[in-house]
Design a binder for this molecule. Structure first.
Ligand code: F6P
Ligand code: MN
Length: 314
């Protein structure tokens, strides 16, 4: 097995997973999703935009990009032979593929997060959470792997199996090759911040946190896409993203299973932190698959600062 940090750049994803001794079936799940993403990029680049229910030139029905992305990933997972259960943000239900799930994996995913941003040509992504066994209604700390794919000017894939966070970039042959091994957040407070939700609806604690960030010179960097906003924090190794609880939406907007847990797993693996503002995201016990929660995620010091501001404001 390779020693971390010794892998030459441009090693291909499958080979990297093999050489770092990842479980063969987990490797299969990750590679199926990586392969699916190649078709999703193609749909993003060339497909009709948001035209579900309409027909194309040849009279064929069109699918919206998020529905199509869901089908592309689902088909691969169903036929992989190593997946027991699938929960997708798009379908909103759990699909049981195999009753015998002791040695299989379950996958919760958001096939195309921020799909409405495709119309305005901003970056979007696929987010994936992987568990062992059948159950997906479990605390995020029990994930065995998490990953996302970012469809931006370049396509990148970031994953962790609990042994560091690694970034791969798609090359001209549509292969994912290693770009960053073992991404680690830098110590110190956030110098950039990405705040979601209408500011007039924030609660006092969130407002106080934002004012402290601004007072310390942090710059606003919000794209409106969860995947590119988180990727910015991870690749710059500094920053904080938040989608807080709002006065008229105490649970915020983002979904625990499909969005928060996988990103929290990745950021913690990189030495950052992820909190609801009152506790660790990965310790939440979901009671339904579409559960939402507020999130403050990124540089550890700033996430702790958010918790302090929220606790002080009561
Ligand atoms: O989950 C969908 C999503 O588009 C995320 O990608 C993004 O972080 C968030 O919603 C943006 O929400 P808003 O438009 O309220 O800022
Ligand atoms: Mn989403």
């Amino acid at each position: 097995m390779r020693q971390p940090g010794t892998t030459p750049l441009h090693v291909d994803l499958r080979r990297y997973l093999r050489e770092t001794d990842e479980d063969r079936d987990l490797t299969r799940v990750i590679c199926e999703i990586a392969d699916a993403s190649k078709y999703i990029i193609n749909a993003i680049r060339t497909g009709d935009l948001g035209m579900a229910g309409t027909s194309n030139l040849y009279g064929e029905a069109q699918l919206a990009l998020d529905v199509l992305s869901d089908r592309i990933i689902r088909k691969r997972l169903v036929h992989s032979g190593v997946v027991a259960c699938i929960a997708s943000e798009e379908s909103g239900e759990v699909q049981q593929i195999d009753k015998d799930c002791d040695h299989k994996y379950s996958v919760a995913y958001d096939p195309l997060d921020g799909s409405s941003l495709v119309d305005v040509n901003l970056a979007v992504g696929t987010i994936v959470s992987i568990y062992k066994g059948c159950d997906v209604l479990r605390p995020g700390r029990e994930q065995v792997a998490a990953m996302y794919i970012l469809y931006g000017p370049r396509t990148t894939l970031v994953y962790s199996t609990g042994r560091g966070v690694h970034e791969f970039a798609m090359n001209s042959l549509m292969e994912y090759t290693l770009n960053h091994e073992n991404l680690r957040m830098k110590p110190g407070p956030a110098k950039i911040y990405s705040p979601g939700g209408q500011r007039s609806k924030w609660t006092e604690g969130t407002e106080r946190f934002a004012q402290e960030l601004e007072g310390s010179g942090a710059k606003l960097r919000y794209s409106g896409g969860f995947v590119p906003d988180i990727n910015q924090v991870l690749i710059k190794r500094n920053g904080v993203f938040m989608y807080p609880h709002l006065q008229d939406a105490p649970e915020g907007k983002l979904r625990v299973l499909y969005e928060l847990n996988p990103m929290a797993f990745l950021l913690e693996q990189a030495g950052g932190a992820a909190s609801t503002g009152r506790g660790r995201i990965l310790d939440l016990q979901p009671d339904r698959i579409d559960m939402r929660a507020p999130i403050f995620i990124g540089s550890r010091e700033s996430v702790e600062q958010a918790e302090r501001c929220i606790a002080e404001a009561g």
